[in-house]
Ligand binder design. Sequence first.
Ligand code: NAD
Ligand code: MN
Length: 485
Amino acid sequence: MFEYAPAPESRDIVDIKPSYGLFINGEFVDGHGESFKSINPASEETLAEIACAAPQDVDRAVHAARQAYDAVWSGLPGRERAKYLFRIARIIQERSRELAVLESIDNGKPIRESRDVDLPLVAAHFFYYAGWADKLAYAGFRRSPTDGAGGGADPRPIGVAGQVIPWNFPLLMLAWKIAPALACGNTVVLKPAETTPLTALAFADICRQADLPPGVVNIITGAGETGQALVAHPDVDKVAFTGSTDVGRQIARSVARTGKRLTLELGGKAANVIFDDAPLDQAIEGIVNGIFFNQGHVCCAGSRLLVQESVAEELLGRLKSRMATLRIGDPLDKNTDIGAINSAAQLEKIRMLSEIGEREGAARWSPPCELPSRGFWFAPTLFTDVAQSHRIAREEIFGPVLSVLTFRTPAEAVEKANNTPYGLSAGVWTEKGSRILWMAERLRAGVVWANTFNKFDPAAPFGGYKESGFGREGGRHGLAAYLDV
Ligand code: NAD
Ligand code: MN
């Protein structure tokens, strides 16, 4: 066996300032809350001091977004809005190396992923929705009939969008939120997660570079309280949230009876279903990608592996050999497969649920691997002898932990796959096309991948059933969340 030589990406390309303000009305301003630090989860080093938006700052940001909506943005023809979005997309491409390095430093994800997955998709989302901005009249939507004056006419924007996003794909979730909102003529106030604010703040700089009119995009940093103040603000017309189901419930309660529009993208516990005729080596790659991509911090992660009994032993043998080749460590090393867990709190949650898995009687396995001494790390982990009642089979772990169950018949596979409060995604591996269609029809999941997993495209809608939330992001469907239809 040859050893890998270290292949670190240089971090010289990023210029992290010692402190950051809130981006309101095109300027960086101080916040009135207590500032906090963002750290590098791979080293625990402090990266920057971040301003915290108190209620008066949230109010100021929403006010700026309202003014920009009324005075400029909602009145611009779609083709003019498109120019700004195309410009932003191009700047993202030009600065993609810088943004990828910054994302890996602040989040802990491997540079190979931020460089090859996150950033290309971020740019692609802006390009995709830029293309829609001047074609909204042809997207198949009509103004809501309750709108007395214009029922049936071309759709209009909703107004000011308050958007709250998580830490697992900081810049990509920003793109999913901001690109369709702006394309449709809305203005936004976005709050990134408190552990990963830096790329959103770099995006604020990109908005200035693109000469976006002040107030169209406002970025406010802070933790849950800031998010709460934003979604509860009376002058916000539309709320979009991605994150945990618990917080999603709180937001739904806070928005109920206000007339605000709401879309929620919450958790998942996806089944990745392997039939005995599946190409096993390909399936192994799909399983590994499904649960170990982004340290398993993925709402659509394939965290429940359902294997047909006749191939279970062979598949698990091959999966273990493959897992033993995964390289954990420095996120900036181009050879790294698994980076750092995003925060001490998330690491604690993964540890706790894994210990519960053992206590409840499942068999735990990890390949031998050395973890760095500083930072937050968790070895790729496999549980067998898992029962459907076990917490590791029911709860979202949001880490590199796979629970394996078996089945005998397709009907049993469907039954087990759907036996979850969630319904975001699923995977099916089989040679038979008819079985793929049969399964896809029965799986209660927003996305069903066939002989692949974790494939994303801005043209494809994404979203959940049941406790995974409602509303779709991406594609033509994603426009509906930002139009008064
Ligand atoms: P979270 O839901 O608490 O945080 C997501 C975002 O919501 C952050 O920006 C946070 O500041 C904000 N927020 C927190 N409380 C809020 C409130 N009351 N009102 C408005 N905004 C609020 O998620 P977390 O604590 O970072 O992670 C916990 C769990 O959530 C994870 O273990 C995972 O299971 C799940 N999660 C899911 C996704 C997803 O993409 N579906 C993303 C992140 C986390
Ligand atoms: Mn951080």
